[in-house]
Every structure is written in C-alpha cells, then in structure tokens.
Design a protein around this ligand. Structure first.
Ligand code: IVH
Length: 761
C-alpha cells in the first residue's frame, strides 16, 4: 500500500468513526484490531495486486482510522506489519535498493532576509573573497515534490532512484519510465554517463482530478499524491497518474556539464528535460531577495506547489571548493516562504517527557487544516512560552496561553506546528490558566529547572519509564540501530510486557534467546506470527555488528546528535579508545561542572552587590581545590574539549552519562552483545593526511581557515584547536606564535602553507 490517506500525518487526531473507544476493553479492542487488519489487508491486495477494489475509499479510510485509534489506545496490541504502518511508504523491500554514487543531500533553510545575507557573507568569508570580487547566485523555485536521481549511460536511462535516506534509495526505474517529462534517451551532446536529479511533482489540476476520480485513495496534498504514485508496485498505476518532473541538479558525471550552475541547467534542458522557467541569475543579496519576492507573488498562480526559493552559488568551481557539511551543501540555501496559519481551539495541554527528561508541553487542538495538512497537536515549547515570556525574560505576548483559548497555529514546511498567538477578545472567562508541573507526570520524580535553562527536566533518569521508553525509541530509530519491525509502537508494547520485556537496549539482543526459553512464544501472540517473529529476530541479529558512530548516536546522550557522534567516532576510531578517554576525563569534567555552578552563584552575587563577576578566578579556585586533579584527567578533558565541533557542553554531557552508575551498566551490558566496527578513515587513495591530527595557526594566504579545515576533513584528517602531544602536523602561516613554539618543543612537524597545499594536492 503505497498511498497516504486523507488524514495527512496526523492519523491519531481523527475520532474513530465505527468503534466507541471510550468504553472498550482490551479484549474487545484485540478483536476489532484483528477484524480491521484482515479487512484492510484484503482491500490492499484486491486494489493493488488484483486491481479490483472491493470497498469504497471512504470505507477504507474509516477502517484505517479506527485501526490507528485502537492501536494508539492499546499500543501493546499494535502489530509491526499493521496496515497503519504502511501509510506513505511501500514495504521497503518491495523495491530494490540503490546506493547513490553521490549522496543525495538536503538543503539548509533560511526563514528571513538576515539569514540569506548571513549565508552570502559566510560563503564570501569561506572563499576569502575581496569586497570587489563578484559572487553570483541562481535563484529558482523550491518544488514541493520528491527528488529523483536518473542515471543515463550512453544516453539511455538505466537507473532511477528515490532519495531514500540520502545514501540508499529505492529503485523505481519501471515507474520513472512512465513519466512523460523523463526522456528515455537523451538528445544532443550528453556526457557518456550522467545522473540527472530533479523533482517529481503533481500539478494542482491533476491532483484535484485524481482525488475527484475516485478509484484511488484520497490524498492529503499533491506531494503525497506524487510520492504515492511514484512508489507503486505496479508501473501501470504510475502510468495512469499524471506525474511531472523538473530537472535542477546532477550527481555523478563522466565529464563536467559546464562552468556555471546556470549553463549546466541549460544543458539539462538541451538533453530534453523540463527546467523551471523562473530561474534567474542574481548578483547581490538584494537581487536574490527580489527574485524570492517575485516568485512568491506568483506562487498561487503557478499551478503546482512550491515552498520557497533555492539559491545556489553559480560558479561551479566555487561550489566545488565550498563542498558539503554532514547533510547539506555549503553552496545552496532554501529560503522558505512564511509559514501558513490557522486559528483553532486549545482543548488541553499535555506534558510529554522526552529522552533526556525534558518536560515538553504539547497543545491538543480542535483539528484544523493548515496549508493542506490536518493539525491537532502543536508544540508549546516550554513553561515560559506558555506564560508569555521569552528565554531571555522578555515579554513576547500580552497574556499567557490558557486551556480553552483560541490560538493561532502555524507550520512551516515539515516542522512541528507551533502556537504563536492567543485571541484574547474571544475569551469568556471559562479558560483555565495552566500550571506547569514541578514533578514528572510519568514517574513522580522532581522536575527541576537548572539556572539559565528554559527547560524543566525530570531527574528520574532511567527509573523514569518515559525517559527509558524514549531512549529506547531513539535507540531503534533510523540514524541509530534502525531495527526493522521494532519501531516506536513495538517498543511501547515490549517495555510494558511482562513475559518478554525490553527495558534496556541490551534486552533487545537477548530477545530471541529469552523467547526460546519461554513457553509462551512471541509467534503465538496476538498480532504476531511465525514469520513476523522470525523476521524481527533476524533484523536484530543483523545489527549486532554496528558502526561506532551509530552506536554513539544511539546512546541518546544529550547534545550528542548524528554530527557530533560522527565527529567523535572519527576522532577516536574505536569504542575502547572513546570510553577510555571519557573515563579518564570524568574527574576533570566533574570539577568543571562544579566550577560552572560556582560561576552562576558568583554572577548572581556580583549582580546583587553591583560589582563585576570574577569568573576566571572563581573557576581557578574550584579547579585547584584539594584533592588536586591528576594530570591525566586534565589532559583527557582537554583532548575531549579540543576536538573540533566538541566543546565543554558535549564533553560534560558525555562524562556525566558515563559516570552515572545505572547508565553505565546499561551501556556496558549493551556493548557486551555487540561487535563495534571501528570508524572508517575515509579511503583517500594518496591522501597524505588521512588519520592525522592537524592544527592551523597564523594567517593562511591562499585559503581561509574554514576552507582549510573542510579540505583536511574531506581528506580524512582530524582538525584540532590547539597543539598537544597528539598533534601530527602544525600548518603555520605568518604570525604563528605560541602554537609554533609549543609544536617545536613537542617535536611536532611544522609546515608552511605551500607545503600544506602540495600535501592536499
Ligand atoms: S537542489 C545538493 N533545487 O528540496 C542539493 N532541490 O530540502 C540538491 N528541491 O531534497 C537539491 N526544489 O528534493 C534543489 N530547485 C531545487 C529544488 C530542490 C525542490 C528539494 C529536493 C531536496 C530538498 C531539500
């Protein structure tokens, strides 16, 4: 089932239309779930395999919503293969997988003009451009569809892949061939091999006609319709759907297309692709903003959905120098259109406890459509936001937000909807002010706010079921262990299960063994069968081998996201080295945390006494307290905080986690079940600097510091901020001072900029 039903991404918001949820028992729910599952599975195969629908779309949607509502109420009954789990995505193994020759990136976003100006000046400074040197950008609509990569060899279409997770996509060649805008053979002078990238989308008219025609499910918006239509098991279904395609980019090439973005796009057109007519070349930030405004003014009359404007550096040699961050190019930016808004009633405020203990208020709303998507939940950020004050104590609204209020909801792109305003005129006195809890609603532990933190956090750690469950959900999520068949719903159910519980990550890896010893087998449970149980055990087995970066990310440590985890993995290379360094750093990290507390007190005292705070003296005093810190601890802490991209906040968070007994036991138990793959040092044939630690100092004349760092990292080196015994090379430009002296004392190799340039080719 590759379609998305009309309720958008907010299925739980809909009342069940055929089952009364309020009084239902678990046994009754299990019955209903079984019936609905059977009915929907049959409807799916009638519709897709046999092309002979047996129920109406409305019946289908109603059944699916009922099932979703039941599963939401009784997560322990939710089956991993439930038809509700297949919304918006065909079973992923239905399509072959394709590893992209070059990753398909996403785009950094900007929401206002200041961010656009900042983007331009960041690029100028990265490239080290003088004020008089020009820097042109293309500006073009950001099409709201799904991206597709088309590979042509000798002018013939040989491969078509969706973006997937950016690294691996799905093979949709047969479906892509049915799209009229996608040529089977290229015209003119195309390179021997070229990957053309662009957006598959559906026009407003075609979308309306498709939804009106019936026979197909009702789609929430043209993008879902395009996605559902492209990811069809039967290419004939795709052929019957009016999909279109704009080419705007490329992947691997056997030869360069042109010297500029603009000319390259023109070449794509000459091969026979549709390109977007609104693309313009801009010479200044003002021209970029003007083109953005011009495109926005035409938004309603274009006949297809766009959600912003994409700016790209025009000079492809510059693009090449700028390169990529973890998931986005440095040379492009999506400037989004303002968010869409709607007014609705705030029914209730609930507190959700996150993986790091943060208490987040969530607004439960009367369902309302905002820009084509039904919204019934929105974030309220934190308690200050509800009270109407910003994180630095300024008033952001005249009033607090109360239960029963009419509130303004807005959403921009894919981000979680937010509440931005209250209509005070609509108040009738029945509205209830909200008191933020000071204990965790899930485990009863104290929920405290650290000074300077806007967020109140549960102090229960792993004894808090909400934190434990959220940590587990994170653990199995996509960038982490990504275990097929073990998603958020199954985690909820297994956590509460008494026969075969999963309460910590290690439990996942003992699941199969425990099931073998149990009389009550998983396969005999409601909602499970021989195949689904075995598939789950197999999927878990596959993940016993795990790359270091994924493991670090999976632990769900505060401030350690995918990028930081990758940096740490690259730096330490192996799990053992990583843990040894943290263990060694713990005493120093604890001392620094004490010092931070002391500084906060000193600040408050200084303010009360009307004097300047003595910050470094206060830190020094705490650091030099008895017992004195050992030199290994000081050095290890310095190593950690010196890693580029990692500072005191991350270092302290890592040390705090590893020194907490319960957390540590949980991590050690987990790792005992795993084979952790060492971080790969990028395979840079001929790279003289792979695996080396480099420090830059002094002025570089031919390349900015930012570019030098990006180049070093792309060639597999680590870049550190200061010289230590671990430094391999110091690149010293004119004006290098104490770092050069220290390097000489430590016997570190010191080279000048010319040698550096020849080293990186
Ligand atoms: S360029 C390396 N240009 O937006 C950057 N992307 O948020 C390649 N998109 O995944 C993308 N219109 O699916 C580019 N004119 C445009 C686009 C565009 C839509 C999509 C694309 C990408 C997503 C990133």
């Amino acid at each position: 089932m590759a379609e998305t039903a009309a309720h958008g991404d907010d299925a739980a918001a809909w009342p069940s239309s055929s089952v009364d949820l309020s009084a239902i028992t678990e046994a009754e729910a299990a019955d209903h779930i079984a019936q609905l599952t059977e009915m929907l599975s049959k409807a799916n195969s009638d519709y897709h395999r046999d092309d002979a629908p047996t129920i109406t779309d409305a019946e289908y949607d109603r059944a699916k919503r009922s099932l979703a509502a039941l599963e939401e109420k009784f997560p322990q009954l939710a089956h991993p293969d439930s038809p509700t789990q297949q919304v918006g995505a065909a079973p992923s193994d239905a399509f072959g997988k394709i590893t992209h020759a070059q990753r398909m990136m996403s785009l950094a976003n900007a929401f206002d003009e200041a961010e656009v100006a900042e983007f331009v000046s960041r690029i100028r400074s990265f490239l080290g451009l003088e004020p008089e040197e020009g820097l042109d950008f293309t500006a073009e609509p950001k099409i709201d569809g799904l991206s597709l990569s088309l590979r042509y060899e000798d002018g013939r279409l040989v491969q078509a892949a969706t973006r997937g997770d950016g690294t691996v996509g799905e093979n949709v060649l047969a479906n892509a061939r049915t799209i009229a805008d996608i040529p089977d053979t290229l015209n003119g002078t195309a390179p021997k091999m070229v990957e053309v990238r662009g957006e598959v989308y559906m026009s407003h008219d075609d979308f309306a006609a498709l939804n009106a025609k019936g026979g197909a499910r009702i789609f929430a918006n043209p993008r879902n319709a395009a996605a559902g239509s492209l990811r069809q098991l039967d290419p004939e279904v795709t052929r019957s759907r009016p999909l279109k395609f704009f080419a705007y980019s490329w992947g691997e090439l056997s030869e360069a297309l042109a010297e500029t973005q603009m000319r390259a796009v023109e070449r794509l057109e000459s091969f026979g692709f549709k390109i977007n007519r609104l693309i313009r070349l801009c010479h200044t930030v003002e021209e970029m903003i003007a083109q953005w405004a011009a495109i926005e003014a035409q938004r309603a009359s274009l006949g297809y959905d766009i959600d912003g404007v994409v700016y790209k550096v025009n000079d492809l040699a510059y693009q090449n120098r700028l390169g990529f961050r973890a998931t986005t190019p440095r040379w492009a930016l999506a400037h989004k259109f303002p968010a869409e808004i709607a007014w609705t009633r705030l029914r209730d405020i609930e507190i959700q406890v996150g993986r790091t203990g943060a208490l987040s208020p969530v607004a439960r709303l009367d369902p309302v459509t905002v820009g084509g998507v039904t919204v019934s939940n929105a974030t309220l950020h934190n308690e200050d936001y509800i009270a109407g004050i910003s994180s630095n104590g300024e008033k952001i609204r005249d009033t607090d937000i109360r239960i029963g209020d009419w509130v303004k909801v807005y959403r921009a792109g894919d981000v979680i909807p937010k509440i931005s305003d209250v209509d005070e005129a609509k108040r009738d006195g029945s509205e209830k002010p909200f008191t933020f809890p000071e204990t965790c609603p899930e485990c009863g532990s104290a929920a405290i706010r650290e000074p300077g933190d806007a967020v109140r956090r549960c102090t229960g750690g792993l004894i808090c079921p909400a934190q434990a469950i959220e940590k587990l959900k994170h653990f199995v999520s996509r960038g982490a262990f990504d275990i097929e068949g073990l998603g958020a719903k199954q985690i909820e159910a297994f956590y509460r299960d008494d026969i075969l519980p999963i309460r910590s990550p290690a439990d996942i890896f003992t699941l199969a063994a425990r099931d073998r010893e149990n009389l009550a087998k998983l396969k005999n449970r409601e909602g499970w069968g021989e195949t689904s149980a075995q598939n789950l055990f197999d999927a878990i087995e596959q993940r016993r081998h795990i790359p270091l970066a994924r493991l670090i990310y999976a632990l769900g440590i505060r401030h350690v996201g995918e990028v930081v985890a990758a940096d740490l993995a690259r730096y330490f290379g192996s799990w053992d080295k990583f843990v040894a360094e943290i263990d060694a750093a713990i005493p120093a990290a604890e001392r620094h945390m004490l010092a931070d507390d002391a500084i906060l007190h000193e600040r408050a005292a200084a303010e009360a006494e009307g004097r300047r705070a003595r910050i470094s003296a206060t830190r020094e005093k705490v650091l030099s307290q008895e017992p004195a810190l050992g030199p290994e601890a000081v050095a290890a802490y310095e190593t950690l905080t010196n890693i580029d991209g990692i500072g005191a906040v991350v270092a302290q968070s890592l040390c705090a986690t590893f020194s907490q007994q319960k957390e540590r036991q949980s991590i050690d138990a987990l790792v005992g079940h795993l084979t952790v793959e060492d971080a790969e040092i990028p395979d840079m044939a001929g790279s003289a600097i792979a695996g080396k630690t480099i420090v830059f100092t002094g002025t570089l004349e031919r390349m900015t510091r930012a570019e030098a760092k990006a180049r070093a990292e792309a060639l597999g080196a680590k870049v550190a901020g200061s010289v230590s015994a671990k430094t391999d090379i110091l690149v010293a430009g004119p004006g290098a001072g104490s770092k050069a002296t220290k390097a000489a004392a430590l016997g570190v190799e010191v080279i000048d900029e010319d040698t550096w340039l020849s080293l990186i080719g």
